[in-house]
Ligand binder design. Structure first.
Ligand code: ATP
Ligand code: MG
Length: 146
């Protein structure tokens, strides 16, 4: 199902200058029990950010799936503007937007990641971010294997 989701999004993104690359490092079937509608919202919110905060004409979004015994880890990595180190601890807070002056043009309410993180936590998972300004951002989340 994850591939279907990515394919659907890739279609939506054709007008945008962003390519999605999918890397599945899971070799045995890994099942996770999720609310599909909610999970779609999580992925859409993250990818929406990856597109919105990429100024380059040829951005790349890598979606990387990995697993261990207990959980599946999903990384959504972009080549966008990145998040300043001092802003990184706050991006999952409701209504927080890093650098409002620079982001004034893009618009948004600062809720996307707060909602995504809440959904993942309701599924028993965790969500975090790594980012380097000018290089890009990775949003990670985990889901328990069922
Ligand atoms: P909304 O999603 O509600 O429309 P938003 O995108 O501003 O608004 P979030 O999705 O919660 O809100 O993101 C919070 C802030 O984190 C953003 O305003 C932006 O500063 C920063 N951010 C999030 N994702 C990225 C990313 N992929 N690259 C750079 N900055 C990001
Ligand atoms: Mg957002």
């Amino acid at each position: 199902y994850f591939l279907d989701l990515v394919e659907e999004l890739q279609f939506d993104l054709e007008k945008e200058k962003v390519t999605i690359q999918y890397h599945c490092k899971i070799h045995t079937p890994a099942f996770v029990r999720v609310d599909v509608i909610q999970m779609k919202r999580v992925v859409v919110n993250i990818i929406e950010n990856a597109v919105k905060y990429t100024n380059k004409t040829e951005g790349i979004i890598d979606i990387i799936l990995e697993e261990n015994k207990k959980q599946v880890q999903i990384e959504i990595k972009d080549t966008g503007q990145g998040i300043p180190r001092e802003a990184l601890p706050f991006i999952f807070d409701r209504f927080y937007r890093a650098d409002p002056s620079r982001n004034a043009l893009t618009g948004g309410s600062g809720l996307g990641l707060a909602i995504a993180k809440k959904i993942i936590e309701e599924h028993g998972g965790t969500m975090w971010a790594e980012s380097k300004e000018g290089i890009g951002t990775s949003i990670f989340f985990t889901l328990k294997r069922s």
